[in-house]
Structures are given as C-alpha cells and as structure tokens.
Design a binder for this molecule. Sequence first.
Ligand code: HEM
Ligand code: HEM
Length: 183
Amino acid sequence: MFMNPPQTVRVWDPFVRVFHWSLVSCVMLNYFVVEDGETLHQWLGYIATALVAARIVWGFIGTRYARFADFFPTPQRLLRHLRQVASGQPDFHPGHNPVGALMMLALITLVLGLGLTGFLQTTDAFWGVEWMQELHEVLASTLIALAGLHALAAIVMSRVERINLVAAMVTGVKIRKRAQQST
Ligand code: HEM
Ligand code: HEM
C-alpha cells in the first residue's frame, strides 16, 4: 500500500478567510446570543453587512479564486456540474463549485436583507411595524437553516472529494489526498 503525494492548491486568500470566520461569528452571535435588536445587535449586524459589501468588491478585484468570474453559477456551469455529478464523475473545482457558489450567493443575499430590514426597523417609517419585524426574523431563520445545510455540505463534500474543505477555509490551502492504491 502507498499514498501518492498530495495535490495542493493555494485557494483562499487571507481576506476571504478573515471575511468568512468574522461573518460566521457576527451571524451566530446575533442569532443565538444578542438577538434583542439593541445597540450591540445593530453593530454586529452592520459589521456583517459591511463584510459582505467588502466581499462583493473583492469578488471583482480580488485573487483568482475569490472572483465572481471564477465561480459565478451561470446556467451552463450549473448544468455541466450537475450532469457530471449525476454521471458519477468527480467535478473538481479549486474554488467554489457551481452549487456551492449558488449557496454562497444565497447566504450573502440573506445577510444584506437582514442589514436592510434591521436598518428599516430603526427608522420612523418602520419602527415597531410588525411585518418588518417578522420579515427580519424569517430572513434570520432562513439564513441559519441554509448555513447549517452549507456547513453539512462542506463536511460531506470533504469526504467525497477527499479534501478537508473546512481546514482549507482556515489555512487557505486545499490538499487533495490521492486514493490509496495497493502495490
Ligand atoms: C452563519 C454561518 C455561515 C455563513 C453565513 C457562511 C457563509 C459562507 C460564505 C459567504 C462562503 C463563501 C466564501 C467566499 O467565497 O468568500 C462560505 C464558504 C465556506 N464555508 Fe461557510 N458560512 C457559515 C458557516 C460555516 C461553517 C460552520 C462551516 C464549517 C463547517 C463553513 C465552511 C465553509 C467552507 C468549507 C467554505 C468554502 C467552500 C468551498 O470550498 O467551496 N461555513 N461560507
Ligand atoms: C447578521 C445580521 C442579523 C441577524 C442574524 C439578525 C437576527 C435577529 C433575530 C434572530 C432577531 C429576533 C427576532 C425575534 O425573535 O423577534 C432580531 C431582532 C432585531 N434585529 Fe436583527 N439581525 C441582524 C441584523 C440586524 C441589523 C443590522 C439591525 C439594525 C440595524 C437589526 C435590528 C433588529 C431589531 C430592531 C430587532 C428587534 C425586532 C423586534 O422587536 O422583534 N438586526 N434580529
């Protein structure tokens, strides 16, 4: 038995990694710890919104795999990916695969929606308006549900692709283990 040397790709730059774990912290704190809508909640919510705004800019000027051009899930890219997966062929993307990219876009859109509905609740026009509070709450619950699915998918895909995707979001490097072969 031997293990071939692993294949390594430097994929996530420091900005993407700091962005990701800071966003996770703000969202988790706002949902599970400081969900009273008061000052700290508002600060954390605006920080999350600003992080996403900065990530969108980085999506145009950032490093190769951080760019929307690298992973934007166009219908062609999605179809090709789904066909390949359905046929049992691995479809390895160093950056986000098209389905992961779709999830990324959903997550950042929900954070922007929370920033907006949160802000509107602090204005005279929407202060105390029940449907706006409910919309904010629904967006928050949807974000947490999708984030749970996203984390689960990252763990499952790590096994399928033999790459520790979560570690890659910490170190920036994707290391693909080759399958073990018998001599
Ligand atoms: C509130 C919770 C979370 C949010 C809002 C969130 C959001 C995101 C976003 C926006 C990206 C895209 C990164 C970029 O291109 O800049 C991403 C990627 C990623 N996230 Fe999360 N995330 C959350 C929780 C988690 C957790 C708990 C894990 C670990 C289990 C995780 C693992 C990953 C991984 C591995 C990637 C890269 C996926 C790939 O290789 O394509 N995320 N996440
Ligand atoms: C990551 C972003 C955010 C998340 C995950 C989040 C989540 C939540 C949650 C779970 C609640 C409790 C809902 C309930 O049970 O009634 C809440 C309430 C509230 N949030 Fe946010 N929020 C975010 C951003 C913001 C921002 C940016 C603001 C304002 C600047 C804001 C203002 C409020 C207010 C005023 C309430 C109280 C609403 C009420 O009285 O029911 N939030 N938020």
